[in-house]
Write a protein that binds this ligand. Structure first.
Ligand code: SAM
Length: 290
């Protein structure tokens, strides 16, 4: 159960902010930011600009990767005495490749009342227009900075049946796409979203080889913030899949004509598979055929 009293005191609001276009701030986000006692922000200068744009003057507290764990106790104390707090990051949804995880985890374990105020996030914004499968996707965040680590991370996903989503910055976009090319091959389908919701918003779709070429042909294409989305690997029938299905076909013909035991014995001789396994399989097939 969450610690919450009726007049909603001692609440941490995790507030999403725009990823570029300030018009994407939600009405709830504005209402919460104007009502809370303090705003915990990844970079107080950035958040001050947003608050000034909204006409708000608030008490700001820095909460970033380097001080997050040390701040947990203080924040818990503020909540305990009934203060309402907002957590924001520089852009988008806090905790999504941004600070906040350690704080939220600790406060949830202490049963504090934590309320999400949803809004923009680059991953969902990009996926919503990519035209890649969205029934299953994996969010991979940022790749390691060094080539070896990056390659290793990508190799783990080389057979992924999910659409893969990566975040990338202008400094590393060319390197990351080059490593992807190396691991996934030239023909892998990719969609790149650049500068989402901003003036120079742009999308590229094609193969990894084409994307690499496109990035190199104009340095402007390398500027800004990126979401890289790789299409899922299509499952090819492996030799063992094919063997399994031909064994099943054989067994189903045999059980139509022969007793199960004899069908399994003949199938075992023909395929070299264990008689017991085939017997069980033949029993199931026979039941299904009835
Ligand atoms: N919390 C953010 C979210 O909810 O998407 C992500 C923060 S992470 C530090 C910053 C990365 O998100 C960028 O390097 C880029 O990969 C992606 N990103 C953020 N804003 C973006 C935008 N407007 N266009 C494209 N990618 C963006």
């Amino acid at each position: 159960m969450q610690k919450a009293n009726s007049d909603q005191q001692g609440v941490l609001y995790v507030v999403a902010t725009p990823i570029g276009n300030l018009g994407d701030i939600t009405q709830r986000a504005i209402a919460i930011l104007s009502s809370v006692d303090k705003v915990c922000a990844e970079d107080t200068r950035n958040t001050r600009k947003l608050l000034t744009h909204l006409g708000l003057k608030k008490n700001l507290v820095a909460l970033h990767d380097h001080n997050e764990r040390q701040k947990i106790e203080t924040i818990a104390e503020w909540l305990a005495v009934g203060e309402n707090l907002a957590l924001v990051s520089d852009a988008g949804t806090p905790l999504i490749s941004d600070p906040g995880y350690h704080l939220v985890k600790a406060l949830r374990e202490m049963d504090y009342h934590i309320v999400p105020i949803p809004g923009a996030s680059a991953i969902i914004t990009a996926l919503s227009v990519a035209g890649l499968a969205t029934d299953k996707f994996s969010f991979e965040g940022f790749l390691p900075a060094k080539e070896a680590g990056r390659k290793q991370a990508l190799q783990l996903n080389s057979e992924s049946a999910y659409t893969q989503v990566y975040y990338e910055s202008s400094h590393r976009i060319v390197h990351s796409v080059a490593t992807m090319l190396d691991v996934f091959g030239t023909e892998k389908k990719v969609v790149l979203a650049r500068e989402l919701t901003k003036l120079y918003e742009q999308f590229f779709h094609g193969t990894l080889a084409e994307l690499h070429q496109w990035l190199l042909e104009d340095t402007m294409h390398q500027k800004g913030e990126f979401v890289i989305m790789l299409a899922a690997t299509e499952k090819k029938d492996t030799e063992s899949d094919r063997f399994e299905s031909s064994t099943e076909q054989l067994l189903s013909i045999l059980v139509e004509e022969l007793p199960v035991k004899q069908a399994a014995k003949i199938a075992a001789k023909l395929t070299g598979k264990a008689k017991n396994t085939l017997y069980k399989q033949a029993m199931t097939l026979q039941k299904n055929q009835k």
